[in-house]
Design a protein around this ligand. Sequence first.
Ligand SMILES: NC(=O)c1ccc[n+]([C@@H]2O[C@H](COP(=O)([O-])OP(=O)(O)OC[C@H]3O[C@@H](n4cnc5c(N)ncnc54)[C@H](OP(=O)(O)O)[C@@H]3O)[C@@H](O)[C@H]2O)c1
Length: 315
Amino acid sequence: MLESSDLRMMRIPLHHGAGQMPALGFGTLIPDAALTITATRDALEAGFRHFDCAERYRNEREVGDALQAGLAAGGIARADIFVTTKVWNNNHRPERVEPAFEASLNRLGLAYLDLYLIHTPFAFRPGDEQDPRDQNGNILYDHGVTLLDTWKAMESLVDHGKCRAIGLSDITLDGLKPIYESARIKPAVVQVESHPYLPETELLEFCQERGIVLLAFAPLGHGMTPGLMQDPVVSAIATRVGKTPAQVLLAWAVQRGTALLTTPTTAARAKENFDVSRLPEDAFDEINRIQIRQRLNPVVSTGVPGFIPAKGQSA
Ligand SMILES: NC(=O)c1ccc[n+]([C@@H]2O[C@H](COP(=O)([O-])OP(=O)(O)OC[C@H]3O[C@@H](n4cnc5c(N)ncnc54)[C@H](OP(=O)(O)O)[C@@H]3O)[C@@H](O)[C@H]2O)c1
């Protein structure tokens, strides 16, 4: 459990002097382009300094525009923010990794990235189609490339200097171990679904013992109702400590030593989600004792998007 009292300012050091990741991250998986821009600006204004993007989200240009405008308006330097993006499954072939990285950098309007992640460990057929499928609608996987092949191409990006750190996403502990063991440049970050119903304790311990940051997505259970924010333990703690259930869940995630990604889409929620403060020890322990187990995102076992079917975009 981390000791600093101001969770809003918490930064977690990355491997190899690759900088520090602000624990509170803003995720940009927002299907609507206009909303992407306003939500990103609102997050920056609320105090978020960590932004999680992906070529799969098809909105890097909007995020980049919002960041440039927000930095200029707020007198904030590029060095003060931490930006991540991810290579999608159709770009796992080593020769496709650097072009995909450059294209993301270009859309974001940035000269370097703080972190580049392999979005999922599943390679899809190489090409421009993000979700190649056969005539029966089944995803076409690429069995001609291994995750280690892709990882080596990621290492080259660090060597070339435009990418400070690299990592993996939607990976299991069993999938992480062989990459960790073979890697010349060890993964700095592992991004996975994690919340009180999916604490990923074993993975977290493995990461903490090796100085890898576990970056939790869906810390609010993706806002699904009924769900984590209606959990009786979480609600009772929120009432007791005078915070909202969202603030309780975000504080729990940071206090257990993970960084997190949350996606508030209004200015009021951005302020609420940034205004997290330390939970009393007994409240922290009560959340640790919740027994419900639920994974919301099946992407970890297939690489196939499916997180938010109603909005038509995911992963
Ligand atoms: N690696 C992967 O495969 C993967 C998969 C999924 C997500 N991610 C990343 O993780 C980020 C966060 O994931 P997430 O979208 O599941 O985050 P989340 O913060 O757990 O859930 C976001 C949902 O919660 C609602 N919400 C946010 N703040 C709230 C509050 N204070 N009170 C009540 N409801 C609130 C939002 O509603 P409104 O829209 O109404 O504000 C939205 O529907 C994504 O943007 C993306 O960057 C990665």
